[in-house]
Every structure is written in C-alpha cells, then in structure tokens.
Design a protein around this ligand. Structure first.
Ligand code: SF4
Length: 335
C-alpha cells in the first residue's frame, strides 16, 4: 500500500500499536508540560535508557519551572553531569527563568520557539504533546521511518537537509486531531522497531505501507552523507600533590563545557622536556571525531596559571566534571 494514498489507515495502525506497545516512561505515565519540556531537551543526543536516572533525579531536585528557575547554575549543571551537550542544561535553566516571568504563558508553537534552546523540533514536540497543537515532529527517527516507508533514494548532505525534505511528508501523515500521541508513536516506532541497523520489519505495525521493506532496501534508507572521520590526539596532565589534584576550569564564555573542570592539557602545565610518565590512554568519539587522550603524570613542578585550580580529592565529587574526565580521574585515584 502506498503511504500517501492510505494515510487514514496508516495512522490507525500506528495508533493501535502505540496504545499497547509504548514503554511506560515517566513523562508519559505522569504527563505535564514541565515534564514534557525536560524530557524533550534531555532526550536530544541521548538514549532513553541513559537519561532515565537523570530525569528521575532532576524531577526530585527541580520538580517544576519555579524550582528550576530559582536553582543556582552550578546545581543545574551538577544534575546534568555525564549527559553531555551542556548547553541544553543552561538553556533549560534560562527557559525556566523566562517561563516563570512570562505573562501570559506561551501557548503556541510560535510562542515556544521564542524561548532559549527551543528549535523547530522541540517546539513541535512540546506544542503537540502538551498543548494539543497539530504540529509534526521531524527528527532523525522520523526521517528514517519516512524514508523507508516511501523508499526515498535521494542523497542528503546532512540531517538538517533530510529533516527539511521530509517535513511535508510528516505533515501529510500527521493525525491532526491527535498530534501528540501520533508524534510519540512515530518516535517510539523509530526507537524500538524501525532501528537504524536491522529494523524489526516482521513485527512492524506499518509493514504493509513500507515500500523499502518490499524491495529489501530499508537498511540503505535514508541516504545521508557522512562527514569524514577526523582523528585527534590530546595529552593531559595528572598532577596530584598533598591530596589535591590540579584541574583546569573551562572559561565561562567557552560554550558547551563552560564552567566545568577537566584534567589540564599537558602543554599548559609542563614543558616538552619535563619528566613525565604515561599513566593511561583513552579513546572516545564525539560525532565524527575520534579522540585519543593520553594522560601523563607530571614529575616536575607544574606551571600554574589563572585557569588552573587545586581541588582537594574529597571535593572532586562536588564539582562538575565532564563524564569521561570523572571516569578517568576515578580510575586513576583508585590505583
Ligand atoms: Fe521500518 Fe521495517 Fe517498519 Fe519499514 S517495515 S517502517 S523498514 S521497521
């Protein structure tokens, strides 16, 4: 069956499946505008199973917009520590402050787009799920499902271009009278059935509408050009003296990681000829970058500048470190 000629039965099949197959996630079992906003921002770039404990902790500490608006910035960042992409936490904090002060409260998708960190995707999700507005959500999951359902072989330069290209199709299949549930059903289908690799077509509720599965081309859809992998090597310094670890505090104006601590770059604390010993080499990937970090124990007296701070080992738990740095520091202190 061609998707666009059978949108009514498609919506029905999707809705029936979602009614019984959806996971009982905390923002679904106890829905509210605030919980929708937090869950949508937290879920960006993060898998649901990773964000769930963060969401629960967040709700205990910041149960509503007012509690979040009043919280100190360090406290907000601390509750986000390990989730990455920290501008989301900063934006959520700013958003709460603006929301609390705003009268009348934002009621439409356009109103929500004026708030910090809210783009076309998030505004469609919030306004459809929490406010019942007929806005279609289009993210990577939805692009993947639609490209497969329509067996679209176009090549897109990046995700943004693909999202733009599939927005009219998403709007055409949207259940206007039940947009929030429909959008969540599409997202759930992408997260649990129409997987990037090895989609579970045999149990898919919309298999009958899927042109790619009929041709066996589903794993080749969508076609999005990938950026070439870039390899990066970084050297870090480990300087532990008298129960204090030397850490670098990232400047407040430096974007994503502003205000957090990390192990300092080797070149900032030691000269190339300083005595040092390799303690560990760690690899990680951030989007298309493959980063290898080598951590050296510096044996000479370190150079100290204003961006460096001695932090007592017992205080490390209280400060905000990026996820990988906290893991590495924990491992090295345990040796
Ligand atoms: Fe995705 Fe397979 Fe369902 Fe098509 S049939 S939408 S490829 S899971």
């Amino acid at each position: 069956m061609d998707l666009l000629s059978h949108t009514i039965t498609f919506r029905h099949a999707l809705a029936q499946w979602y009614a019984t197959a959806q996971r009982p996630l905390p923002w679904r079992t106890q829905p509210s505008l605030y919980r929708t906003v937090v869950s949508e921002l937290m879920a960006q770039q993060t898998q649901i199973k990773t964000m769930l404990p963060y969401f629960e902790r967040w709700m205990q500490r910041f149960p509503d917009f007012a509690a979040l608006a009043e919280a100190p910035a360090e406290d907000v960042l601390k509750h986000w520590e390990g989730l990455g992409y920290y501008s989301r936490a900063r934006n959520l904090h700013k958003l709460a402050k603006e929301y609390v002060a705003l009268e009348p409260k934002p009621r439409s998708r356009e109103d929500w787009q004026q708030l910090p960190g809210i783009g076309p995707y998030t505004s469609a999700a919030i306004s459809s799920i929490a406010l019942g507005e007929p806005a279609a959500v289009v993210d990577g999951n939805v692009v993947r499902i639609l490209a497969r359902l329509t067996d679209d072989a176009r090549v897109f330069k990046n995700n943004g271009e693909a999202v733009k290209a599939f927005t009219p199709t998403a709007e055409a299949v949207l259940d206007q009278g039940n947009a929030g549930e429909h959008n969540q059903a599409m997202m759930e289908l992408g997260a649990t059935v129409c997987l990037k690799h090895k989609p579970l077509c045999t149990v898919c509720p919309v298999l009958a509408y899927c042109a790619a599965s009929r041709k066996g081309s589903q794993e080749a859809r969508p076609k999005i050009e990938r950026k070439a992998t870039v390899k990066v090597e970084v050297e870090r310094a480990w300087v532990l003296q008298a129960g204090k670890l030397l850490l670098h505090r990232i400047a407040e104006d430096s974007g994503q990681l502003a205000g957090q601590y990390e192990l300092p770059r080797l070149e900032t604390v030691a000269s190339p000829r300083s005595a040092k010993q390799l303690l560990a080499s760690k690899s990680r990937s951030i989007t298309h970058r493959r980063i290898k970090e080598h951590i050296y124990q510096v044996k000479a007296k370190p150079r100290i500048d204003a961006s460096l701070e001695w932090v007592r080992v017992e205080d490390i738990e209280r400060i905000t470190l990026s996820g990988p740095h906290r893991r590495w520091i924990g491992e090295l202190l345990a040796r």
